[in-house]
Design a protein around this ligand. Structure first.
Ligand code: NAD
Length: 476
């Protein structure tokens, strides 16, 4: 195991270790694994001032140099992939197979950003739409928005950092990143690798931070954009404090997955079990509500239960482990309480339903009133509920009946139904033939309703980190 006893933070591209006030736990063993610094307001102030000062130099950095920085990261992530995966496994309790998968996605995200960094295209546009504009020509280009504030959650400590850091480097924005206090190591390792590059001084700071310092990151007007990934309540409250900044919020969900008649049920069950229980359901697009056509309901439920019974639960370092711990004991207790509440309201436990310390058995519930939290809130744990439907329209209405709107998964091959779902589902993405949890890192990704505003996915985040600047030329 390659976890060190301490990791420095990064202020204006340099490692700093003023103190090591933040303990980071091994989530499975629930013991301190390592220590990192915790920035206070004065350190955060320095980081913001440094980013502000670096804005011009970053904006002027030619694209081949931005690309070289991103390519350096790709190469170093590849060389250090096992160390990165082990860090995730310890700090997030993420099964080692999923941790390795996340490192692969980190590499993908930086690789795509390296490619896109040389394609910051603009447009030449005719302006002569009326006689007063005759002889005028127009052009526009994208310019970096300036210093950015990034705040990331615990569940993908590397790849969700990558979704902010890599586009910022690709367009030339300096940034200050506050990673999740529960899982800061991934971000600090990204900082270590970035500190090997020749980025202009002040281009990046990566600081686990106390509440006051995090507040400053949200409220300081020198920062032109806030990109936040995390929970619904925190996200919307930060937007209200963010002043004039452009804000992107990537928040939670309670994603639905529809199994229509005529589906290959073996295939659907295998994908649904993956989508509901990988990394203990702690994903914003985890399958939470499984809606099944009544004609195939019993058969699908049977297949789901068979597959759930085979999932190995336990130590995330175990090669066979599929479901590791929840992030904290109190999260596991919260989920247990939600299950008990659903049972009291009449829910039937088809699988799991029990907790052993920080481990919650993969759980499948049926007959749950939709007002129960396991249906209406974000579960963020290894639990899914099943419910039957009689018509595809009813299934779409059930899926849409949510405060959230990230992605929906639909198992159907009927083109009319596919188009209807694409036209009417109030979500950021409709996934056909797979679960809502499906994502690759260059596609637009994000939600509507309580699930947030704005889109990530490298090119889309890059656009969000730029402003359009016109050039108008009178040539007569
Ligand atoms: P969280 O909201 O508790 O924390 C997210 C980040 O915000 C952390 O860095 C945390 O330290 C910081 N934070 C918390 N309170 C703050 C405050 N008052 N001021 C400034 N910063 C503050 O979320 P979490 O538990 O780390 O992550 C889980 C949540 O993230 C889930 O709701 C999940 O759905 C969501 N998420 C969304 C996406 C997406 O792309 N839509 C991806 C992953 C996770």
């Amino acid at each position: 195991m390659s976890i060190r006893s301490e990791y420095p933070a990064y202020l204006a591209n340099q490692p700093i270790s003023p103190n090591f006030d933040l303990n980071v736990e091994d989530k499975f063993r629930q013991s301190v694994a390592t220590k990192v610094p915790l920035a206070d307001v004065s350190l955060m102030e320095k980081a913001i001032a440094a980013a502000d000062q670096a804005a011009q130099a970053m904006a002027e950095l030619p694209s081949y140099r931005r690309q070289a920085v991103l390519n350096h990261c790709v190469q170093r992530f590849e060389q250090r992939s096992e160390e990165l995966a082990e860090a995730l496994c310890v700090e997030a309790g993420k099964p080692i197979g999923d941790s390795r998968g996340e490192v692969t996605r980190l590499i993908d995200t930086f690789r795509v950003a390296a490619e896109e960094s040389t394609r910051m295209l603009g447009e030449v546009m005719p302006l002569d739409i009326s006689s007063r504009a005759e002889g005028y020509r127009g052009m526009w280009k994208r310019v970096p928005i300036g210093p950015c504030a990034f705040i990331t959650p615990f569940n993908f400590p590397l790849n969700l950092v990558a979704h902010k850091v890599a586009p910022a480097l690709a367009v030339g924005c300096p940034f200050v990143l506050k990673p999740a206090s529960k899982t800061p190591i991934g971000a600090l390792l990204v900082g270590e690798i970035l500190s090997e590059t020749d980025l202009p001084e002040g281009a990046f700071s990566i600081l686990p931070a106390n509440r006051g310092a995090a507040d400053l990151l949200v409220t300081d007007d020198r920062l032109k954009k806030l990109s936040f990934t995390g929970s619904q309540d925190v996200g919307w409250s930060l937007k209200a404090k963010a002043g004039k900044k452009k804000v992107t919020l990537e928040l939670g969900g309670n994603a639905a997955c529809i199994v229509d008649e005529g589906t290959n049920l073996e295939d659907a069950a295998q994908r649904i079990v993956f989508g509901a229980f990988y990394q203990s359901g702690q994903s914003c697009v985890s399958v939470q509500r499984v809606l099944i056509h009544r004609s195939v309901y019993d058969a699908t439920v049977e297949l789901l239960c068979e597959r759930i019974a085979k999932l190995k639960v336990g130590d995330p370092m175990g090669k066979e482990t599929f479901v590791g711990p929840m992030i904290t004991a109190s999260d596991a207790e919260r989920l247990e309480n939600w299950i008990e509440s659903a049972k009291k309201a009449g829910a039937k436990v088809l699988a799991g339903g029990t907790r052993d310390g920080i481990l919650v058995q993969p759980t499948l519930l049926a007959d749950v009133p939709k007002s129960e939290k396991v249906c209406s809130k974000e579960v963020f744990g290894p639990l899914a509920v099943v419910a039957p439907f009689d018509s595809f329209d009813e299934a779409l209405a059930m899926a849409n009946d949510s405060d959230f709107g990230l992605q929906v998964g639909i198992f159907t091959r009927d083109i009319q139904k596919i188009m209807k779902a694409w036209d009417t589902m109030d979500v950021g993405g409709v996934i056909i033939g797979d679960v809502p949890s499906w994502r690759v890192d260059h596609m637009p990704y994000g939600g509507v309703k309580e699930s947030g505003i704005g889109r990530e996915g490298v090119r889309f985040a890059m656009h969000d980190m730029t402003e359009i600047r016109n050039l108008v030329i009178r040539s007569v």
